[in-house]
Design a protein around this ligand. Structure first.
Ligand code: GCO
Length: 445
C-alpha cells in the first residue's frame, strides 16, 4: 500500500470547449476552435463542440458528481471567448458570472478550484487580427487574465496560464492540424514567443491581483532515440526541445534551447525577441504542471516537424485507443528529470489519462478495467517520483466526462464518467469508483 503526502490533491481536469457547449449563449462569441470545428474535413464525422457535455447548463450536477466521488480538486478552463467575446474591450459580465457560479459550487462542496486561462480557445476576433503570431495578442491575453483574476482571484487557489502551448504554436500555426490550422513555421515560432511573453506578463498581473498560486501546464512527451545513431540522438533532443524545452527553458532559465534555436535560424524562422522579453518570461511561478500521456521513439527526418526535423516511431508497448504508447514509468522518470532540470517550487500532474472505449452493458454498467490499470500504474509511478524527492502536490486525471476530443470529436473517450450523447446522462465507470477509493483514502491499494 502506498500513502500520499497529507493534503495531496486528487482531482480531474477538463477544458471549456470540450465540455461546455452553449457556444452562442450568455454573450459568448466564436473561438478559433468553433471556426475550426465548423470547417469541413477538420474533425472526424464533422463533430463540433456546439453541445459537447452541455456542462454550461449542467455544471451543478457535474460538481455534485465530483463531490460524490470524494474528489478534492477540479481543474477547468475558462472559455476565453466567453469572457472576452471580442478579444479586446470590456469583459462579458454573463461569462464572468458563469465561472463565478461554478467556483462557488465547487467551494460549497469543499473542492479546490484550479483555473486554466488558455486551453486553446482564443477568440476568433483575435485570430482575425493576426492571432498569436501578432505581438498585440499578448496584451489581449493579459487583459483577459486581469478580468478573471479581478473577479475570482480570492476564490480560485491554483491559476494556470497556458495549457500545452506547443499544441497552439506548432500544431496550430506550424503543421496546421489543430486550430487555427495555419501552416507556417515562422508564424509558429512567433506564436510560441508571444505565448511565453503572455505567460510571463500574466503571471505578474495575477500576482498583483492576489492570485494565491500561479503556474503553467506544458505537456511533456519524452522522445527517446530509436537507434544508437548519433543523428537520432540529436533528433530526439530536438523533439524534446520543440515540445517542452522551448516552453520551459525560457520560463526557468531565461533562454531558448540551443539546438532548436539554431535550426529555426537556419530555416529563417526565428521569432523577434525584444529587449527585456526574456526577463518578463522568467517571472517566478509557484508551481509547474506537467501533462503526461506517453513516450515516443525518434529518428532523424528533415522532412517532418518543420525545422525540428524528426519522425516519431511507436515503441513496442501496449497502446490506448488513440494509439498512444502506455509507459507508466515514463511518468516517474519525467517528474524526476523535470524537477532536476528546473527545480520548480511545487509540481502537479495537471493531466494524465487514457482513451479506451467501453460502452455501457445491457444492465447499464460501464466497466473499464484497462483505464483502472492505466490509472493504478501511473499513480504508482507518481508515488515513486515523490519518494525520489519530487515536490508533487496533486494529480488531475484527464478527464471527468467523455467529451469533445478535438480532431477526433466524440470518437475517443477519456472520461471516468460515461456520457450518453443523446440524453447527456452521466454514468460512473468502474475507473471512477477506483479513483474514489484512492482519493478518499489518499492511498493506492
Ligand atoms: C491536452 C489536452 C486535452 C486532451 C487530452 C487528450 O492538453 O492535450 O489538454 O484537452 O483532451 O490531452 O488528448
Amino acid at each position: 500500500m502506498r500513502t500520499f503526502p497529507d493534503g495531496f490533491l486528487w482531482g480531474t481536469a477538463t477544458a471549456a470547449y470540450q465540455i461546455e457547449g452553449a457556444v452562442a449563449e450568455g454573450g459568448r462569441k466564436p473561438s478559433v476552435w468553433d471556426t475550426f470545428a465548423h470547417t469541413p474535413g477538420r474533425i472526424e464525422n464533422g463533430y463540433t463542440g456546439d453541445v459537447a457535455c452541455d456542462h454550461y447548463h449542467r455544471y451543478d450536477e457535474d460538481v455534485e458528481l465530483m463531490s460524490s466521488l470524494g474528489l478534492g480538486a477540479y481543474r477547468f478552463s475558462a472559455g476565453w471567448s466567453r469572457v472576452m467575446p471580442d478579444g479586446v474591450g470590456p469583459a462579458n459580465p454573463a461569462g464572468l458570472d458563469f465561472y463565478d457560479r461554478l467556483v462557488d459550487a465547487l467551494l460549497e462542496r469543499g473542492i479546490v478550484p484550479a483555473l486554466t486561462l488558455n486551453h486553446w480557445d482564443m477568440p476568433q476576433a483575435l485570430q482575425d487580427r493576426g492571432g498569436w503570431p501578432d505581438r498585440a495578442t499578448v496584451d489581449a491575453f493579459v487583459e483577459y487574465a486581469r478580468a478573471l483574476a479581478g473577479r475570482l482571484g480570492d476564490r480560485v487557489r491554483l491559476w494556470t496560464t497556458h495549457n500545452e502551448p506547443w499544441v497552439i504554436a506548432y500544431n496550430g500555426y506550424g503543421e496546421g492540424s489543430m486550430a487555427p490550422g495555419v501552416r507556417d513555421w515562422k508564424a509558429a515560432s512567433r506564436a510560441a514567443h508571444h505565448l511565453l511573453l503572455a505567460h510571463g506578463r500574466a503571471v505578474t498581473a495575477l500576482r498583483a491581483l492576489g492570485a494565491p498560486e500561479i503556474g503553467y501546464s506544458p505537456c511533456v512527451i519524452p522522445h527517446r532515440p530509436a537507434t544508437d545513431r548519433p543523428e537520432d540522438a540529436l533528433a530526439a533532443r530536438r523533439a524534446n526541445e520543440l515540445i517542452y524545452g522551448w516552453f520551459l527553458d525560457p520560463v526557468f532559465h531565461g533562454r531558448y534551447p540551443r539546438l532548436l534555436w539554431d535550426r529555426f535560424a537556419e530555416h529563417g524562422c526565428l521569432p523577434d525577441v525584444e529587449d527585456g522579453d526574456m526577463d518578463e518570461i522568467r517571472a517566478p511561478i509557484d508551481f509547474l504542471g506537467v501533462n503526461y500521456y506517453m513516450v515516443f521513439d525518434t529518428v532523424d527526418d528533415p522532412d517532418e516537424n518543420g525545422p525540428a526535423g524528426f519522425r516519431e516511431l511507436l515503441p513496442p508497448l501496449p497502446r490506448t485507443d488513440c494509439d498512444w504508447p502506455v509507459h507508466p514509468d515514463g511518468l516517474r522518470e519525467t517528474l524526476v528529470e523535470i524537477n532536476r532540470e528546473y527545480r520548480p517550487k511545487a509540481m502537479y500532474v495537471t493531466e494524465n489519462g487514457a482513451s479506451y472505449d467501453d460502452p455501457p452493458r445491457a444492465n447499464g454498467v460501464v466497466d473499464d478495467p484497462r483505464r483502472v490499470e492505466f490509472l493504478r500504474s501511473h499513480f504508482a509511478a507518481a508515488h515513486g517520483a515523490i519518494e525520489a524527492g519530487v515536490p508533487l502536490r496533486g494529480y488531475f486525471v484527464w478527464t471527468l466526462l467523455d467529451n469533445f476530443e478535438w480532431i477526433w470529436g466524440y470518437n475517443r473517450t477519456f472520461g471516468i464518467v460515461h456520457v450518453d450523447r443523446d440524453t447527456q446522462r452521466r454514468t460512473v465507470k468502474s475507473s471512477a469508483r477506483f479513483y474514489e477509493r484512492v482519493a478518499r483514502t489518499n492511498t493506492l491499494p
